[in-house]
Design a protein around this ligand. Structure first.
Ligand SMILES: O=P(O)(O)OC[C@@H](O)[C@@H](O)c1c[nH]c2ccccc12
Length: 160
């Protein structure tokens, strides 16, 4: 199966994007909390030129509004984990979608729900808030059979 590859790294310099591409990445993570707008715009252009997609990550309304002002954004990740306290709160996705869902939809941007998703209920919750994809780490890494675990997160049983 062909599966798109996301380079989930703290990207702060342009060379990291070329490096990710050279290793086969299809997308990179750009974290609004650590990048000025100008850098995000420039990195987004480079991604497009390389045929890559940028997943732009936000945590709060202020970061989301900055990102929504940038042209050409196609994919936004809402992180439920505060980078300052590391506390996870999945209602962050719902709150930001309630506030900015209309403009996100209008712009045709896809939203990824990120962090703290461990159960089918967690996934269903962010889905109902309007996200069309999820970024999951911990709950899958700990599983022996990630394929089954992914299906489980979506509430499906896999016939073996
Ligand atoms: O392991 P989790 O809770 O399923 O989260 C995955 C991913 O969202 C998380 O690793 C992540 C996304 N962006 C980040 C930025 C910093 C630290 C961690 C992250």
């Amino acid at each position: 199966m062909q599966c798109p590859l996301l380079c989930k790294e703290f990207v702060i310099d342009i060379w990291q994007i070329y490096y990710a591409r050279s290793k086969g990445a299809d997308a990179i993570l750009l974290i609004a909390a650590v990048l000025p707008d100008l850098d995000m715009k420039y990195m987004l252009r480079i991604c497009k030129n390389l045929g890559m997609t940028a997943l732009i990550e936000v945590h709060d309304e202020k970061e989301l509004d900055r990102v929504l002002r940038i042209d050409g954004v196609e994919l936004i990740g809402i992180n439920n984990r505060s980078l300052e306290t590391f506390v996870v709160d999945t209602s962050n996705t719902r709150m930001l979608m309630e506030k900015r869902g209309d403009i996100i939809k209008e712009k045709g941007i896809l939203v990824v729900g990120e962090s703290g998703l461990f159960t089918p209920d967690d996934v269903a919750y962010v889905h109902s808030a309007g996200v069309s994809a999820v970024l999951v780490g911990e709950s899958l890494i700990k599983e022996e059979d990630p394929g089954r675990a992914i299906a489980g997160l979506f509430g499906k049983e896999l016939l073996s």
